[in-house]
Ligand binder design. Structure first.
Ligand code: PEP
Ligand code: MG
Length: 590
């Protein structure tokens, strides 16, 4: 039966495919695709893992066989028999093999997927005794997952390319080439990154706000995504057909052929529109009245640089360096690793500027899922970004040295996140000097960098004279500026309706920053999600913004807006919008 789920639209476009639910196992399960040639080996791994658990049960049975009836309750023996039976069960093993052969899932992923399918069947059982066997099955699966950790796994294979298929093919086909839609309760930004080169055609999560970092990475994947879809991971079943409407933030489950045809049409329209925009790639971003506008890319990894160039970016306005630090079980990248990464980004941009932001770990960007900060009540207000860096000067100096060394290979800018206090600014600048001195002392080459501050705390936007005294440029981080101005957790879907870029307080802080920078001749960029929102391009141009940094996927659409705008004529209207009590209402009539 067709039904729809509403969430928050984070990445545009339509995706149609089969649901892949990432099970929330207590064990951290790796999800990757194997090659078709590895199927037999993967099934062998599964067999070895299962046999290890069978052997363990046999050993347990043998040891209790030597005990007297008093010490070993009859129930325990019976339970072990049931466990053995479950482990040999055709539905479990046959199902797991199905996911390995048909979908090329690795053994762990296949096992958790099948576990979920069976668990649902158990949930629907009338018989309480049988329903309770679900817990046994989960326990056994965890044992097998643990055993699999000890069985060598094939190296992560390169991503399979998704083949485009017609709607008819999609309905008939059940082979490995069916587009897959990933559905999870929650995904950390690091998980998202892991899926960056995967075959998923779209993402859905139960939780998350529009500018949560998970949503930001989802957007950078340039595939349709919906977050904050509340119960999606419970309502959708493994392998259901699902449509993601990333423009409307809607998920359609089990669509009828008519609905499928309608969305198929929309999908093709979107592709045509993207094709049309592609023609603007080499067109300079200049307004009708001749204002040159800088359109830069936000990237997470050095490997994103070619995509940024391809999208027509004239540089990187925000390299979120923290993604180099995540998902490494807390082991931080050393100076050499970081230097190589920054160098790759600079070289990848072929001489165009790259703004490297120092690490912004904390809040919804934990170093590692396992190290998630649940201990502090308000992690977004806690030890995050520059505060984290200043709390660990050795770590920070390592990063600064790596950036300064990489600056030899291109035009590097250094950007500091989350500053609010003059004392933090002074401490940071002193550490940058120290990093330089350390390199000089070691006789290691380093290059010049322009140093900028992110304006993402209202306190910073209200004390701009201090920032302008110390820094070469400013970059407005509206994702956090909105969060901290309106006291709305950007990652919390339950208050997402109040997260408003057009709140007059937010607009006034943005306007203040742009005006203060231009009054002193210091460049001001905007690198929050507002920069890539085409409904805001004219307003920001009218406020005097000349540098926008966004996901590469948004650049051409924003360029189209720039080409159609007369920046001079937008000034008076933009001033009125900012002065308005409800700017959102005035926005429709520029
Ligand atoms: C911002 O806050 O707007 C920003 C660009 O930084 P991040 O989204 O990484 O916090
Ligand atoms: Mg920020």
């Amino acid at each position: 039966m067709t039904f729809s789920i509403h969430g928050l639209a984070v990445a545009r476009g339509i995706a149609i495919g089969r649901a892949v639910l990432v099970a929330s196992s207590r064990i951290d399960v790796a999800h990757y695709f194997i090659e078709a040639s590895q199927v037999e080996a993967e099934i062998d791994r599964l067999r070895l893992g299962r046999n290890a658990v069978v052997d363990e049960i046999h050993r347990l049975q043998a040891s209790i066989g030597n005990m007297g009836p008093k010490e070993t309750p009859h129930e325990l023996k019976a339970l072990l028999d049931v466990h053995l039976m479950l482990l040999q069960d055709d539905e479990l093993i046959g199902g797991v093999k199905h996911w390995i052969t048909q979908r090329l899932y690795n053994a762990e992923w296949a096992l958790t997927t099948q576990l979920e399918v069976i668990a649902r069947q158990f949930d629907e059982m009338e018989d309480e005794y049988l329903r309770e066997r679900k817990a046994d099955l989960e326990q056994l699966a965890e044992k097998v997952l643990r055993a699999l950790k000890g069985v060598a796994s094939p190296v992560l294979p390169p991503a399979r390319a998704l083949r485009k298929k017609s709607q008819q093919d999609l309905l008939l086909d059940d082979t490995v080439d069916v587009p897959l839609i990933l559905i999870a309760h929650d995904l950390s930004p690091a998980d998202m990154l892991q899926f960056k080169h995967s075959v998923f055609a779209g993402f859905i999560t139960d939780v998350g706000g529009k500018t949560s970092h998970t949503a930001i990475v989802a957007r950078s994947l340039n595939i349709p995504a919906v977050v904050g879809a509340r119960l999606a991971s419970q309502l959708v079943r493994q392998d259901d057909w699902v449509i993601i409407d990333g423009d409307a933030g809607v998920v359609v489950v089990d669509p009828s052929p008519i609905i499928l045809a309608e969305y198929g049409f929309k999908q093709r329209q979107g592709e045509l529109e993207r094709g049309r925009l592609g023609r603007l790639r080499h067109t300079p971003a200049v307004t009708l009245d001749g204002q040159k506008i800088e359109l830069l890319a936000n990237i997470e990894m050095p490997e994103d640089a070619p995509g940024a160039l391809q999208a027509g970016a004239v540089g990187v306005g925000l390299f979120r360096s923290e993604f180099l630090f995540m998902g490494r079980q807390g082991r931080l990248p050393n100076e050499e690793e970081q230097y190589q990464a920054y160098r790759r980004a600079l070289e990848g941009m072929h001489g165009l500027p790259v703004t490297i932001r120092t690490v912004d770990i904390g809040a919804d960007k934990p170093l590692d899922k396992a190290l998630r900060d649940d201990a502090h009540l308000n992690p977004a207000l806690g030890l995050r970004a520059i505060r984290w860096s200043l709390a660990d000067p050795a770590m920070f100096l390592t990063q600064l040295r790596a950036i300064l060394r990489a600056a030899v290979h291109g035009q590097a800018n250094l950007l500091i996140p989350m500053l609010a206090h003059a004392s933090e600014i002074r401490q940071t600048l002193a550490l940058i000097e120290q990093a330089r001195a350390e390199l000089d002392h070691r006789g290691v080459a380093h290059g010049p960098v322009k140093i900028g501050a992110m304006i993402e705390i209202p306190a910073a936007a209200l004390t701009l004279q201090v920032f302008l005294r110390y820094f070469d440029f400013l970059s407005i981080g509206t994702n956090d500026l909105i969060q901290y101005t309106l006291a709305i957790d950007r990652a919390d879907e339950s208050v997402a309706h109040l997260y408003d870029p057009l709140h007059p307080a937010v607009l006034r802080l943005v306007a203040l920053t742009i005006a203060a920078g231009s009054a002193q001749g210091k460049p001001v960029s905007l690198c929050g999600e507002m920069a890539g929102d085409i409904s805001l391009t004219r307003l920001l141009l009218g406020l005097g913004l000349r540098s926008f940094s966004m996901h590469p996927a948004q650049i051409l659409a924003v360029k189209q807006e720039v080409l159609r705008a007369d920046a001079g004529k937008l000034v008076a209207w933009a001033e009125q919008v900012v002065a308005d009590d409800e700017p959102g209402l005035r926005m429709s009539k520029p």
